[in-house]
Design a protein around this ligand. Sequence first.
Ligand SMILES: *Cc1c(COP(=O)(O)O)cnc(C)c1O
Length: 390
Amino acid sequence: MSTQDQAHSIKGGFETRAIHAGYEPDLATGAVIPPIYATSTYKQDGVGGLRGGYEYSRSANPTRTALEGNIAALEEGERGFAFASGLAAEDTLVRALCRPGDHVVIPDDAYGGTFRLFDKVEQVWGLAHSPAPVSDVERVAAAIRPGETKLVWVETPTNPLLNIGDITALAAVAHDAGALLVVDNTFASPYLQQPLTLGADVVVHSTTKYCGGHSDVVGGALVVRDLDLAERITFHQNAMGAVAGPFDSWLTLRGLKTLALRMDRHCDNAERVVDFLTSHPRVGDVIYPGLETHPGHEVAQRQMKRFGGMVSFRVTGGESHALQVCERTQVFTLGESLGGVESLIEHPGRMTHASVAGTDLEVPADLVRLSVGIETADDLVADLDRALGD
Ligand SMILES: *Cc1c(COP(=O)(O)O)cnc(C)c1O
């Protein structure tokens, strides 16, 4: 029984799996936490006599195996795979499942790095892509090219406008056309949403964000249920080699153990911040899937446990006001990325989404994005109040 199989013998609730799945205390020492196996190779007991299947650390490393089993259990999948970054996971997946001449549908507001991967890297190798809004199942269906489309790729919620895609409906549309549904679950995290249980075929994570959760490691993951898919990804993970190292795997696994606690606090604090912003005279639209006015609210309520820690809003004073707010906060740190314990603020138009200026994907200049952290909620509200001005 491989270590990942042991991971699946762990049953129980999400928090129990987060803490126990993927690793059993070390037989030799009883170590409760998997050691950082800083080793490239493994002594064989006679030629080909591998202990636990370990041969060379690109193929498998015990610290990485523990992380892979853990995240598979959290997503209710059969197999997990850990990579050096979210984009490394994406590239490995695409090259495992697509060939030149194939086509994929991607979100029209995809994460910028995902769009760049399809547009500037995969396209050169003959993989075509069409953008469609994830919140509109009919337009996604219309973008599918029967026979050519191999993947329908979605994010939900999306970035920075927090659009919501109906995973069950999107899976049906993809499967009708013989395509697979891939869900980038980075914004929700496995605690808030488990796409495989809703019909998705592959879950993608940038574990850099909520899974790692402490802004101290870059990583990515894939999770699947189907064992044929797992075999193709296993082959490509080893053949392409963009794997997570043992220390990065250890940090990410450590982060996952507290994911449930952190996410609940991220959600509590985001709700407090949303309450404050919706009644502030210098704030216009507040974008949060938990608001009844959000067009994806009902779908989000059906498929997410809560609505997450990301909040976007528009200010009444135009771009200069938005920039001022971003530069005036003291508890919210001005910076890109998201999902860490610390609150971050950014101006998408000039920062994360600067590369889509002048295209259909351009975001409003008066938009501010928050990754609400787990600090004291009163301090977050007071910080935004000060920064917004009178
Ligand atoms: C950050 C991010 C990625 C890319 O992950 P990296 O770890 O930065 O390579 C992909 N998708 C989403 C939604 C992200 O936020």
